[in-house]
Ligand binder design. Structure first.
Ligand code: C5P
Length: 287
């Protein structure tokens, strides 16, 4: 059977505001998502063992069982398309994107599996509704565009223009699963989060991204104050990044931070400065 190798990119959140809690327990967000050149690799092929899913994982630790979002994506695709009675899927994941990292690695893997299976089967199913069922960030990774203004739970997407950038990512090793970060927001919102100023995003909504500035209007992330309060050691990461540039931010619900640069040489210099000070440092760029 034909096999397919897909690269699943990570994303950065260029600013993130949590607007409130919804009746379904999820939170309404506003953020700009940007895909970057850091990838998980996924090899997949259909097998003739009806409804059997095989998953092998290497690299960054990831469960090779039905708790993995990749498994859920394959299962959902086979079920909704009816191929379950005919085919199984064999998948090899090589994971590079830290997890949990705030970089959307799992969601991107799930989107890559849906896109890959659609290609392998030639089915015409609309993947967006499957993506929404799998996770809030999956719809973004199903978009062909590299950058989008994201609202709602993560399913309302408007492509926006973001200038190209080089970036250095740092992860100082804290374990912050996404539900934990949202729980902190539930407990402490109003006390610690910055007041939202939605009008800051108005320019974006109309496609005027940088208003003459080299980078986005704001990179503020509502999780930052909450996480600094819970993990005081993160303040050191902020200090180190602030020494290099004002264009730094926290991605998603953390714990990965990023610094943005206009030129590759600035990014190489920053990488040299940060390497050895953090358990994980990675230089990459916008796509
Ligand atoms: O949708 P996803 O599985 O990525 O979400 C993981 C967890 O993060 C959810 O169970 C929920 O606790 C929280 N979440 C949220 N609001 C969002 C996205 C995620 O509350 N918009």
């Amino acid at each position: 059977m034909q096999s397919l190798l897909i690269k699943a990119p990570a994303k950065l959140n260029l600013g993130l505001q949590v607007l409130g809690i919804r009746s379904d327990g999820f939170h309404s967000l506003e953020s700009v998502f940007a895909k970057i050149s850091l990838y998980d690799s996924i090899k997949m092929e259909l097998t003739l063992k009806a409804s059997e899913i095989k998953l092998e994982c290497t690299g960054v630790s990831s469960p090779a069982d039905k708790t993995n979002i990749i498994w859920k994506a394959a299962e959902l695709f086979l079920l909704k398309t009816g191929y379950k009675s005919k085919y199984g899927v064999s998948i090899s994941l090589h994971k590079t994107i830290p997890s949990p990292g705030g970089l959307g690695g799992g969601s991107s893997d799930a989107a890559a599996v849906l896109l890959g299976l659609k290609k392998l089967t030639g089915d015409s199913i609309d993947l967006m509704s499957l993506g929404e069922q799998l996770g809030s960030d999956v719809p973004f990774f199903l978009l062909p565009e590299e950058t989008a203004f994201v609202e709602g739970r993560g399913e309302k997407l408007k492509p926006v223009f973001v200038p190209n950038f080089f970036c250095v990512l740092v992860h100082s090793g804290e374990n912050i699963p996404t539900p934990m970060a949202f729980k902190l927001w539930d407990e402490l919102q109003g006390g610690l989060t910055k007041a939202c100023n939605i009008s800051d995003y108005t320019a974006l909504k109309f496609g005027a991204w940088h208003e003459g500035k080299p980078f986005p209007v704001r990179l503020d992330n509502d999780f930052l104050t909450l996480l600094l309060n819970r993990f005081p050691s993160m303040a050191w990461t902020v200090k180190e990044l602030s020494r290099l540039t004002n264009n730094w931010g926290l991605s998603g619900s953390g714990p990965t931070f990023y610094a943005l640069f206009r030129s590759q040489s600035e990014a190489i210099e920053a990488e040299a400065h940060l390497s050895g000070k953090f358990p994980w440092v990675c230089r990459c760029q916008s796509r």
